[in-house]
Ligand binder design. Structure first.
Ligand code: ZN
Length: 454
């Protein structure tokens, strides 16, 4: 009888209304732990207590004791390869004077939860913790292991304490077919989720220094080989260079889907990209009006710094500029640099690649069980939503996982466009609508059940 009752209880769907208080508590607790770089172990200690209190064993791995990573694993029957759900524990810095509330208070005001990390990345961290607890409590039978990872140092990992350490030293602990983490999200319009972005690709940072050399001398004597003049010319050329446009699976689908939910005029422009005859005009429009979309079409070259000179009357023998180059996932970067050298067309200017910060990684596939589940859960929870695979112009820890062969997908809670712009990740002030938190946890739960439950 008791056994039959237990089985019945397990089969019951989760009452998400009754789950709210616990979700909010975990989320607020995590925000209240100040995890600016160097403090990640504090969050790991909290998560360890929460998981172990319910019988989920954890392991910690630390290159720096103050910046630990935590792994927990719920075993499946091994029919399928594991699913990794991960989130970073660290947050970026704060300027306290810009906040209307305490930045680590997790204050609830005007229906928002305010705090550093409230968007980046504690909703995902809290959702993952909650999902592990629910899987364990309900004794969900799994086809594949579900691995939880709380990683340090995503925002700034110059010492390689986070994902780089885990991939290099403990990859067997996080080896998985699929991974799910930040880097996507749902868009709210008039209170309704109209668009769900799933992060399936990202550009690869491939920065360089441009170094110009010339003869030094007195500022009163003009010289044709002045390094500044050569550098200035080179920066202008590469800054105006329209690098070749190339679509991949993700970006092609992105613009197709975007067209289906845009005004006829915009739709024509997005669809125009897919057609050789109209692509140039569409690109020109995006270049002027939608720079983010323009960047998704190509490897981008953006001058970000100049460095030269020691005095107003001194011609320096060397001048340099930094180019923030963001390559398409499949770019042959050596060939690209050679092409750029031709564009510069000046032997006085050399291209010096900076050390890579992320590995080159292929785009994640769209034709997978995971993508189908992400799509179907989105449509089930938000009828009428358009699901869009997207390529980030920035970089994330998915790069390291993709480079190891994982199919890695980015998700996130729903937000209004204005909130993303003014209160999003890394903004002066960060906040998340409380009403976005609960459905996000439900979304993660349903996706995990969809790909991992028997
Ligand atoms: Zn983040």
């Amino acid at each position: 009888m008791a056994f039959a009752f237990l089985l019945f209880a397990l089969a019951l769907p989760i009452d998400w209304n009754r789950q709210k208080a616990e979700i909010l508590k975990i989320y607020r607790d995590l925000i209240q732990i100040d995890t600016r770089a160097g403090n990640e172990t504090k969050a790991v200690d909290y998560i360890r207590r929460v998981l172990e209190a319910e019988g989920i064993p954890t392991k910690t791995f630390a290159l720096d004791p103050a910046r630990a990573n935590l792994v927990a694993r719920l075993k499946g029957n091994g029919t399928k390869r594991p699913l990794l759900i991960l989130a970073h524990t660290d947050v970026v810095g704060v300027q306290a004077e810009k906040w209307p509330v305490a930045p680590f208070g997790a204050v609830i005001k005007d229906s928002y939860v305010w705090g550093r990390g409230s968007v980046d990345d504690k909703p995902v961290l809290a959702a993952n913790v909650m999902v592990m607890l629910l899987l364990k409590r309900r004794g969900v039978a799994l086809d594949r292991d579900v691995i939880f990872l709380a990683e340090s140092g995503e925002e700034a990992d110059t010492k390689n304490v986070g994902i780089n350490f885990m991939v290099k030293e403990h990859y067997d602990e996080i080896d998985a077919e699929y991974s799910l983490t930040e880097g996507g999200g749902a868009t709210l319009e008039d209170g309704k989720v109209v668009r769900m972005d799933i992060g399936t690709a990202e550009k690869v940072p491939a920065r360089v220094r441009l170094v110009a050399n010339g003869t030094s001398g007195h500022g009163s004597v003009p010289r044709l080989d002045n390094a500044l003049i050569h550098l200035g010319g080179a920066v202008q050329k590469v800054g105006q260079w329209q690098t070749p446009m190339r679509l991949n699976d993700t970006t092609r689908t992105y613009f197709e889907k975007l067209a289906t939910m845009s005004s006829p005029e915009k739709a024509a422009r997005y669809n125009g990209l897919l057609n050789a005859g109209t692509a140039q005009a569409s690109q020109e429009y995006l270049r002027k009006n939608e720079p983010q979309a323009y960047s998704m079409l190509r490897t981008s070259v953006v001058p970000t710094r100049f460095q030269a000179g020691v005095g107003d009357n001194v011609i320096p023998s060397e001048a340099e500029a930094t180019l923030d180059i963001r390559a398409l996932p499949d770019e042959d970067i050596t060939k690209f640099y050679a092409e750029m050298q031709k564009v510069i067309d000046d032997p006085a200017v050399k291209i010096v690649p900076l050390p890579a910060t992320r590995p080159a990684s292929p785009a994640t596939k769209l034709d997978t069980e995971m993508y189908r589940v992400l799509e179907s859960v989105s449509k089930q929870m938000y009828p009428g939503v358009t699901v869009i695979p997207s390529m980030s112009t920035g970089a994330s820890d998915k790069a390291q996982l993709r480079a190891k062969g994982q199919q890695s997908y980015g998700i996130g809670p729903a937000g209004k466009v204005e909130d993303r712009l003014n209160y999003g990740a890394h903004s002066d002030v960060e906040r998340l609508a409380e009403s976005s938190l609960y459905p996000f946890v439900e979304f993660v739960w349903k996706v995990v059940i969809g790909v991992a439950a028997r």
